[in-house]
Unconditional design. Structure first.
Length: 350
């Protein structure tokens, strides 16, 4: 069974061979951990890193433009990004529409040549997708992280945006329409190029509660989401939505968008709550804790966490995928324990 076939079985609850597990190493890790340790772990965990080949000499990662220390970056929308550490995505420090007066002559970037946060070569994207198809992989493509709500925050500033929603600022609807038109081009382009899964990723939650009220989500954000997802749904493609943070009071409204996969964080929402609310009904891509157990627990507690999540949220029929993002600060022994556990429990129902 190919990766693509197993993935589709997970999503459709058709008894996959294993639970898909993804372990992502942030580029900042290569300057904060011994590279030899990371290489050894990647080589020892072939299930998680099937395509890994050790580079010759020291690995020098390429940092994205929004993650370069002391190099402020102005993106395609005119937002200025700054970061304090190479490899860690920065924050927007200058908002191009901080004053509405600037909107009168403002023009959106061209999605034919950029993704909103950097250039795109659609001919090269086509070649990459064709290669992945030939390798039996599920083609997973979509909008940049932060495509709508966070884009508005970046352009107006979070506090300004909250006041815009409360005040029912009429220009806000026009700005959302501009962003949506840009995003729709990208959605349709990836559909045209043969993607299996169209992704819609942006963060809506905080440590406690959402970043905007359910009423404002329904008024300003949800309608745009629904329109952006409809072309993929009409083609029978899989709609994947990601959001960090506490989503509990927004989740019902998010699910109204008819998504197929929901990526959400485990402990901030609660394992038992996720199991009761979603397990067996929606395909879950569970984002594994980076704040508590993996950061400060023991290797046994790390193993116990993954086992608990798989046993409570997983099903023999499918419906569960898991993902972990490694950032600096996680103890070496917990990195190994996590990789071990993800490989072991991927076959819990096999």
């Amino acid at each position: 069974m190919t990766e693509r076939e197993n993935m589709l079985r997970v999503i459709r609850f058709e008894r996959p061979d294993y639970i898909p597990m993804k372990f992502c190493i942030n580029n900042a890790c290569w300057q904060n951990y011994p590279q030899e340790f990371l290489f050894e772990q990647m080589e020892a965990h072939k299930f998680l890193f099937p395509d890994f080949k050790r580079p010759e000499g020291k690995y020098v990662p390429e940092f994205h433009s929004v993650g370069r220390k002391d190099e402020p970056f102005v993106d395609d929308w005119g937002c200025t990004w700054e970061t304090a550490e190479n490899g860690i995505t920065g924050t927007v420090t200058k908002h191009p529409l901080a004053e509405w007066a600037a909107f009168e002559n403002y023009k959106a970037p061209d999605p034919g040549v950029c993704m909103g946060i950097g250039p795109v070569d659609w001919d090269e994207e086509k070649k990459k997708i064709e290669l992945e198809k030939a390798q039996g992989k599920a083609i997973n493509r979509g909008l940049r992280h932060g495509h709508t709500f966070l884009q508005l925050c970046d352009m107006r500033g979070y506090e300004n945006l909250m006041f815009d929603m409360v005040d029912e600022e009429p220009r806000l609807d026009k700005l959302i329409e501009m962003i949506e038109e840009f995003n729709m081009y990208i959605v349709n382009k990836y559909i045209e190029l043969g993607a299996d899964i169209i992704t819609y990723a942006e963060d809506l939650g905080m440590q406690h509660g959402p970043m905007l009220s359910p009423a404002h989500f329904r008024r300003y954000i949800q309608p745009s989401y629904m329109r952006l997802m409809k072309p993929a749904q009409d083609k029978g493609l899989i709609v994947h939505m990601h959001s960090d943070g506490d989503l509990r009071v927004l989740l019902d409204d998010m699910l109204e968008c008819k998504i197929n996969i929901i990526n959400l964080q485990d402990l901030v929402n609660g394992i038992d709550w996720i199991a009761e609310k979603l397990a067996g009904r929606y395909c879950i891509e569970l984002d594994i804790d980076r704040q508590f157990v993996t950061a400060g627990g023991t290797p046994k507690q790390v193993d116990d966490l993954i086992r608990e999540e798989v046993s409570k949220i997983g099903r023999k029929e499918g419906g569960l995928m898991m993902i972990y993002g490694l950032y600096p600060g996680i103890p070496l022994e917990n990195i190994k324990a996590l990789m071990d556990a993800m490989e072991k429990y991927a076959f819990y129902y096999s």
